[in-house]
Design a protein around this ligand. Sequence first.
Ligand code: NAP
Ligand code: ZN
Length: 317
Amino acid sequence: MEVLYCGICHSDLHQARNDWGWSVYPMVPGHEIVGRVTEIGDEVTRYKVGDTVAVGCMVDSCQQCDQCRKGLEQLCRKGNTQTYNDRDRITCEPTYGGYSKRLVVREEFVLRVPDGLDLSKAAPLVCAGITTYSPLRTWNVGPGSRVGVVGLGGLGHMAVKLAAAMGADVTVMSRSSGKEADALALGADRLLVSADEKAMAKAESSFDLIVDTVPVKHDINPYIPLLDVDGTLVLVGQIGPLNEISTVPLLLGRRRVAGSPIGGIAETQEMLNFCAKKGVLPEVEMIRMDQINEAFERLERSDVRYRFVIDMATLMA
Ligand code: NAP
Ligand code: ZN
């Protein structure tokens, strides 16, 4: 496929900087990829030249284990193959991601971009979108659900839009009130300043699900009491240690802390179709390839509203 646009996920920054300790260089980041099919292999049946397609965080999995058979390739027992900074299952060569002109992917890991979705904005859906859609679906969010979103960034703003489109009552929890107007415009019902202890205390036991997108080690203790009985705090951001957590509000309130990685291919397609139907798209700032270092620095400072997307036509061949 020819890559037309590629979103910049905070994971790209983590991996470029080796925050997780498993980076292999040289690396080509990028796992929010939208483009057009330019060539197909002999046995390809699902796509034809000219189709508008997307590729997210995975490009392969074993396709045989119980999880793969259920369409949960992200949970493949043998490990999925990541779009970049991983090894091809057959050739063992490094995988390279979407900050590039071209990509070769097996058809099972290619998504169809539904007609009507603006291609220049759709790329972040296949990571930021699915990573937030999947926990919303897993925990049955719908009309009347009370959903909190911690951190209003790339993932956070998609969580707000998706939960609102599912009919939930949505609260953004942000470090300051600076994004309040944005939060409301994105579809949230209110913004709660996480540093405001009084406001946080008032919100005790008022959420069914809280999606935490914070990309660094942080304290989740303030959020746990905000869950109602059987409520869940699902972590999708920080990969690695967290501050110590107290079990007191967990035990006494029968509350849960969980995690969630991206989503399966079928669910990703379902999410794309949902977004096309509901008109859900990320807020995008388009950049040129040569602005990537500046974009990384701004992403680190949370200075993006709310996702950078690279126009791949600006990458010199
Ligand atoms: P992002 O655009 O940088 O947004 C993160 C948000 O978290 C910021 O906008 C900010 O919101 C808040 N935040 C930032 N630094 C913080 C700090 N030091 N303390 C507290 N809050 C802070 O990042 P993203 O692209 O959404 O990615 C978020 C995380 O999810 C990354 O770690 C990424 O690697 C991970 N991720 C996981 C998966 C998965 O499969 N689970 C998939 C994709 C990404 P406020 O300004 O509102 O506080
Ligand atoms: Zn990502």
